[in-house]
Each structure stands twice: as C-alpha cells, then as structure tokens.
Ligand binder design. Structure first.
Ligand SMILES: Cc1ncc(COP(=O)(O)O)c(C=O)c1O
Length: 425
C-alpha cells in the first residue's frame, strides 16, 4: 500500500498548521504512522490521496450515522445551498430540525442550535448556572465535553476536590468552580453532595461515556446522580453529543430510563455539518436570551445548510434503522470477540448499539484508565488494520462507529481483517 501522496500532503500540512491538523488526534501521534489524507467518502468507505480504499469505522467521529455522502443528505445540502448559504435570520429548516429534535428527545420542549458540541455544552453549563443562580458544576474523569475553558479539568489529588486545569492556557480561575469526580464511584458523589450540594448548579456527564473508550456506567450510579441532583436543586446535564440519535432516536436518556434536565447534542444532529444543540424544558430554555438573562448567540447558528443536513439525516433514522445498527453492531462484536479468542489475545469488545470499543486491556474499565501495554497493542493493531484496508480511530481511547451503510459484507470483511491483524500482533 503506497502512502506517498498522503506523506507529501501531510508534510506540507505540517508547515501550514500546528501538527498538520485542525484537531490533535488526527495527527496519529498516539498510534504512529502517516495520517491518511482523505479525499473521498462514499457509504461505508473512505479513499485516501494514494487511492487506497478503506472500510471506515471512524465516521468523522460519530456524525455519519447514514454513512458518507448519503444521497438524501447530499441533495438536501445542495438544494439548501442553491437557496443561499447563510442569512443570519430565521429559516424554515431550523424550525423543521427543532421539531424533530423536540419530538425525539423526551425532555425537550425547546431547542437552541449552535455550531459544535463544544458550544452546546458551554451553553448548557451557562444556562444551568443562570437558571439555578449557582456557580459550581461537577464533571467526571474520563468524560469529554469539548474544549471550553471551564471543562478542561483534570482530577486533583483527593476525591471531591476542585479540578486543576488540564491544559496550558486555562487559568485556575476558569476551573475554580468545576469539581471533578471519578466515574462509577457512588461514595464520591455522595460525599460531594453532602458537603457542597447547595452550591451546585449542575452535574454534567456523558450518560454513555465514549471518550476514554466506552466506559459503561452501572444503572445505580446514574440513578444516584439523578436523585442527588433533584434533592439539592442542581440540574443534571446529559452530554449526548455522541449518544444523541445514536444510542436510540431519543438518545441515552430513554435507553437508560433516566430523565436529565438538559441534554446537549451535536454530531448526528448536524448530519455531517457543524451543528450542536441544547434542549430542555421550556422553563429552563426560556432563561436564554432574548427571553431570559443568559446570553448566547452565533453568526452561523441555525445555518440553513447544516439544518437541512440534520433534517435529512434524522429522517433516515426510523425504527428499522436502529434495528439494523443493532444487528450489525452485534455481528461485529461477536466476530471480533471470536477472533480475540481464536488468536488467544486478551481483550474486550464493549458495545452499545453501533458504538464499539475494542480494548486490549485485561478488564473492561468503568472509569478513567491507563494501561500502557494495551495502548501499545492498539497502535500495532491500528497499523495492521490500515494495511488490511480498515480505517480505525488513531487512538486506543477512541471508539468505532458503524453506519447504516455498513452491511454484512463490510462487517464480515472487518472481522476477517481483524483476524489477520491479530495474528500479526
Ligand atoms: C460527549 C462530547 N461532548 C462534546 C464534544 C465536543 O464536540 P465538538 O467536537 O463538536 O466541539 C464531543 C466531541 O467529541 C463529545 O464527544
């Protein structure tokens, strides 16, 4: 497999953009090798600059539940573009998308569209603070909520401590009101609420944490968060930027039977264009400007192209679509597990519907983890899968996504490729 064109283009990219990329994980630093410069995506496949074709398991990190360049999505975007790319004024498609989102997500009575998941969560936190008139928020180690300052925290030395900035450039002040707790730890949650419950604006969690592998939470843990938030008048925010319209049409909330106060969405809701959304009850949402005192705005918010892509994508997601994603997900999981067993390689395949995580750690973790050996194995596996024509996320901490365009042929080809890649390990 030649990667000459990708290498040349990426060398040029490195001269022009930090690390050659516009989002760090794309640089392949944690797996090594040359990032493939992708020039085309069709259905379940992507093609790189050297004309190598891969079965894609990244799906642009989640948005492409319909696969690449789905004809209905492309024609909706094309038609919208011909009518004008942006107005900075109300447009019909934002009403259509809001209607669909509100119908799908049980708690949603009103929606606000923004242009990324980061913005959605940043807005949700500001909204929760404005609504409760409290300052502090709680997040969990191992979850990711985008790159707004207040949420770029890492754990302090003790449990129930305030967080420390996890990156240069974030001031201590920016994270001074952010607590960070371990996932899957009821005692830590109870202790924090006992000590600080009356000061908490919100607890923010990915109900299906999918940014440090797939860290499936126990039901009692999530129920405890709901209970303690209700007791103390804090809002429970489910960050469903990944799980929204993925775990089910209504997201993780209905799947888990837990009702949050605010839900953030992104990825799928934009159908492959830049969109995020905040949804909640009318009472909470009316706290946002211009109805309420919490300011939020955006030049390209509710952009007609993005709204049209979202509408076209959501219209593909009927019950049959979720059944297909579940069936293909189960087939891929079973096939990968069989290959691990047959080759005698320690590992796990964790799955919710069409989200899968293959890890080479001895146990499937429920909380933030580190395992240098598992990470190194994933890097070798990743390179072997690329050589086999399967494009997996370039990090052991990232999950795989199936789309509606992955059929039996693609799933079985991935399983066979994994068998050969594991053999090579
Ligand atoms: C759960 C979650 N929240 C927020 C974000 C941030 O979204 P974006 O990258 O669109 O800003 C992500 C991105 O992967 C995410 O997975």
């Amino acid at each position: 497999m030649s990667t000459k064109r990708s290498e040349a283009l990426f060398a040029e990219a490195r001269q022009l953009m930090p690390g050659g990329v516009n989002s760090p994980v794309r640089a392949f630093r944690s797996v090594g090798g040359t990032p493939r410069v992708l020039v085309e995506g069709k259905g379940a496949y992507v093609t790189d600059a050297d004309d190598n074709r891969y079965i894609d398991l990244v799906g642009s990190w989640g948005p492409l539940i319909a696969g690449h360049a789905h004809p209905k999505v492309v024609s909706a975007i094309t038609a919208a573009a011909q009518r004008g790319t942006t107005f900075g004024a109300p447009c019909p498609d934002e009403i259509e998308l809001a209607r669909r989102v509100i119908q799908a997500v049980p708690i949603a009575e009103k929606a606000r569209f923004v242009s990324s998941g980061t913005e959605a969560v940043m807005t949700a936190v500001r909204l929760a603070r404005g609504f409760t008139k409290r300052d502090r928020v709680v997040v969990f180690q191992g979850c990711y909520h985008g790159h707004s300052d207040a949420l770029l925290v890492s754990g302090g030395s003790g449990i129930a401590t305030l967080g420390l900035a996890s990156t240069a450039g974030v001031t201590a002040g920016a994270v001074a009101d952010t607590f960070i707790l371990p996932l899957d730890d009821e005692e830590a949650v109870n202790r924090l609420f006992d000590e600080h419950g009356a000061t908490l604006a919100a607890v923010l969690i990915e109900p299906i944490p999918a940014n440090s592998g797939l860290l499936l939470q126990r039901q009692p843990f999530l129920e405890l968060l709901r209970r303690r938030c209700t007791q103390h008048g804090a809002l429970l925010i489910f960050d469903e930027v990944i799980s929204g319209f993925r775990a089910s049409r209504g997201g993780a909330g209905p799947r888990l039977g837990i009702t949050p106060d605010i839900v953030t969405l992104g990825k799928i809701v934009g159908g492959g264009l830049p969109v995020g959304a905040v949804v909640a009850s009318a009472k909470i949402m009316n706290t946002l400007a211009p109805d309420g005192p919490v300011y939020q705005a955006g030049t390209l918010s509710g952009n007609p192209l993005a709204m049209a892509a979202g509408v076209a994508t959501l219209d593909l997601l009927d019950e049959a679509a979720y059944t297909r994603l579940e069936v293909m997900g189960a087939r891929l999981q079973a096939g990968l597990e069989a290959q691990l067993a047959a080759k005698g390689v320690a590992g796990h395949v964790v799955r919710v519907g069409s989200i899968l995580w293959l890890t080479f750690s001895a146990e499937a973790p429920r909380a933030a983890w580190s395992d240098a050996e598992a990470v190194a194995r994933y890097a070798a596996f990743h390179a072997a899968m690329l050589a086999e024509g399967v494009y997996m996320a370039p990090s052991a901490y990232e999950v795989a996504f199936l789309s509606l365009s992955h059929g039996k042929a693609e799933v079985d080809a991935i399983i066979a490729a994994a068998g050969r890649a594991l053999e090579a390990l």
